[in-house]
Write a protein that binds this ligand. Structure first.
Ligand code: KG4
Ligand code: ZN
Length: 352
């Protein structure tokens, strides 16, 4: 069974074809990131306009790369939430139109659950991917860490999960993005903080870990602590504008701040993963979401847990449509309801 996935929840226009929920046949991602970088974050109107221009060429390319015609596609899976309203609308309207005109069943996919399903991809004919050896088994602890979410979920089976805890304020990816801004590193902050951290001392500064519920998170205090630290390092007070910090901090200070922040932010996640592992004894642990691309997270997690963890290729951690197509396959297989192509609506605030 071949599922075409369509993903437009933020600034990536993405389409992919996945076979039997495990083999990646194509994975096309066109990002409007460059257009947003000058503003230091995603501008919703620009993202929506970019999706309109890119969506059909991206879908056509996904079919071509997968060596598929429409006859080879058994179902269409589209992200309907959570995400930016204008962006989601383009993907959903396109998928609805294609489902009607090509007579394919349509499945509405939750973006955050989709991230988890990147872990079910185990093979590909595409070059440049390092794939997991096997699909994860249940019960499965999912560590979901992205630009919009930081949460732990315990999956007993497909479509049977319990949310253990989540962030009370900022998501961890958001904290990476904000810290990058404070020290003057380019957007998106995750990869640029990770790169700067390679040259810094992760123990140069002591930063706080928030005290919240057992499996909850809070990253806004850590972000503020980084701001205060940067102000103090250049001998200025709380009133010193953050926009002027990058030009006053030395390169070494920036590297040390990035490394110290990254260590603590990731440690916060890993500390709680250890607790959850001890309490629930899951048969597998998976990481999902953009921050799952972090090599520091992979390093700390592998060292902390007594089971071997399979990591998805980092191109499958940040937003993509392969994860949407993969989850789409399990919607079909497990008999989840088919969406009405004449009425499927977006759900910008959808939660797990
Ligand atoms: O899942 P994603 O692509 O979009 C959302 O659904 O939010 O996640 C994007 C987030 C951004 O905040 C980005 O800074 C972060 O993932 N990110 C990383 C890394 N690569 C991306 N954070 C830490 N380390 C990385 N290597
Ligand atoms: Zn995402």
């Amino acid at each position: 069974m071949r599922v075409l996935g369509i993903e437009t929840s933020c600034d990536e226009t993405a389409a992919a074809v996945v076979e039997d929920g495990q083999k990646l046949l194509s994975n096309v991602i066109l990002s409007s990131m460059d257009l947003h970088a000058q503003y230091g974050g995603v501008v919703p109107e620009i993202a929506a306009r970019s999706h309109i221009e890119a969506i059909m060429p991206v879908i056509d390319q996904a079919l071509t790369e997968a060596k598929c015609s429409w006859d080879d596609i058994d179902a269409i899976a589209v992200t309907y939430g959570a995400g930016l309203g204008g962006s989601l609308l383009i993907g959903v309207l396109t998928a609805r139109t294609l489902a009607i005109s090509r007579e394919k069943p349509l499945y509405a996919i939750n973006h955050v659950v989709g991230h988890v399903y990147a872990n079910f991809l185990t093979s590909t004919a595409l070059p440049g991917y390092s794939m997991r050896a096997q699909q994860p088994v249940f019960p499965m602890l999912a560590i979901i860490v992205s630009g919009g979410h930081s949460q732990f979920a315990l999956f007993q089976d497909h479509f049977s999960y319990e949310l253990l805890g989540q962030t009370q304020d900022d998501a961890i990816g958001e904290a990476f993005d904000k810290v990058a801004k404070i020290v003057g590193l380019p957007y998106p902050g995750g990869p640029s903080v990770a790169k700067a951290a390679l040259q810094g001392d992760a123990y140069a500064y002591q930063l706080p870990k928030a005290k919240v519920g057992r499996y909850d998170f809070s990253f806004s205090g850590l972000k503020t602590a980084v701001l205060r630290l940067a102000q103090a390092e250049i001998g200025e007070s709380y009133n010193f504008p953050s926009t002027k910090l990058p030009q006053r901090l030395s390169v070494a200070q920036k590297h040390d701040i990035a490394a110290s922040f990254q260590r603590i932010a990731i440690e916060t996640i890993v500390d709680k993963a250890k607790l959850a592992y001890a309490e629930f004894q899951p048969a597998s642990v998976v990481i999902a979401g953009g921050v799952a691309a972090s090599s520091e997270l992979r390093r700390q997690l592998s060292a902390a847990l007594p089971l071997s963890i399979g990591y998805p290729d980092s191109k499958l951690c940040t937003d993509n449509a392969a994860m949407i197509a993969t989850l789409g396959y399990f919607h079909v297989k497990c008999g989840q309801p088919i969406a009405d192509p004449y009425s499927l609506d977006i759900a910008p605030n959808l939660s797990m």
